[in-house]
Design a protein around this ligand. Sequence first.
Ligand code: C2O
Ligand code: CU
Ligand code: CU
Length: 456
Amino acid sequence: MTLNRRQFMQTTAAAVVLPKLGWASYPALVAQEAMQQIAPEGFSETRVWTYGGQVPGPEIRVPQGARVQRRLSNTLPQPTTVHWHGIRIDNAMDGVPGLTQDVVQPGSSFDYDFEVPDAGTYWYHAHNRSMEQIARGLYGPLIVEEAVAPDVDRDLTLMLDDWRLDSETAQIMDDFGNGHDLSHAGRLGNLVSVNGRFDPAYSVGGGERLRLRLINASNARIFDLGLDGLTGWIVALDGMPLEVPLEVSDRFPLAPAQRVDLIVDVRAAPSGIANLVSFERDGSYGLVRFDVSGKSKTARTGITPLVPNQMPEVLLEDVPLKQMAMQGGAMRWLESAKIGENVLSGQELAQLGRFWALNGNAERPAEPFLDVQKGTTYRIEFVNETAFPHAMHLHGHHFRLILEDGTLGPWRDTVLVERGQTRQIALVADNPGDWLLHCHMLGHAASGMMSWFRVT
Ligand code: C2O
Ligand code: CU
Ligand code: CU
């Protein structure tokens, strides 16, 4: 068989082996301080910790299957690491100090180099003293593009955060060890930003179809969101496409670390306004404003699901179940829990700033919660014995929710378990390594809700 010219070019191009250049270094991701206008105009700029001088850090956008290579250079006054949240990543690149790598000291650097197997909306963030470092701004979006993108007019990443700023100086309150926050809902803020700005607005065309990639980077705030002047569907959760897009007819929650991809049509008339709405106890307000301009074009109709990622098959027959009890916190104070081999009383734990436990451990235990062979499927049952909701996150894997009727729900990497609730997930442990499992309310993680599992 003879090849035509184009096929020939492709064949030879693929065969060329590029020499590895010893001096070439990865694109920089510099962890650095910066000043940024987070509070409304009229307030001073806020001193933030950033990747590359801005919050959120630069959007890393790559095609599915590509390699991401970044050299983290730490110019901050604290050691740090980067975790690539939601990526089914090579364990050595997961960014967990004391588990997958050493911290990167001030003045030092670390090269991250990994493949991104799944298309979708992910993010990266600091994973040392996360409660403080993420609150100071160390996060950014990581977008993996599908080979076949959905038909939209624009693709907009919206990264939500919840800041606690001094109301006079607009500087970050540094009360990170505050026992009240740790033992209650976590560090809730007093100013919500989207893409690092207060009250942002985007201009859109009438009738346009938008893809909105929402990412919740807050320490502890669970958003309750809705649409106004927009109609559409949830097409993906935590990066993973839904088999059947879910029409947005009501509010939907977005817990810390979770992502929602929406495809929405602008229904507000030209020179009108549409909003992404946040519902709170004292009412609702527009979190992101869309100023509609131009002549309205006819909106598209219907929706096609996103192309699914290649995920393992989940079979639920004869699958072992492992319980994880979530314990402690205000109103359900720990009577005792373990730190290492020592059993401490609730009072001793509180003095150490530990208010929560997972299966009786108020610190990441020496032994893993699960130790399984690669490829094993497990049910994990989260039993929330506390008086607060928790956003439970597993590293290195997505899992499937098991719905109340016992059937398989969507893929996720972070599941919100409401107070008093029990939720099951199915995990195909197919990515070898040591992986964290923790609450993504970062104050809870720092004060006891931290565990891990091992895949060999
Ligand atoms: Cu997004 Cu261990 O975290
Ligand atoms: Cu993660
Ligand atoms: Cu929690």
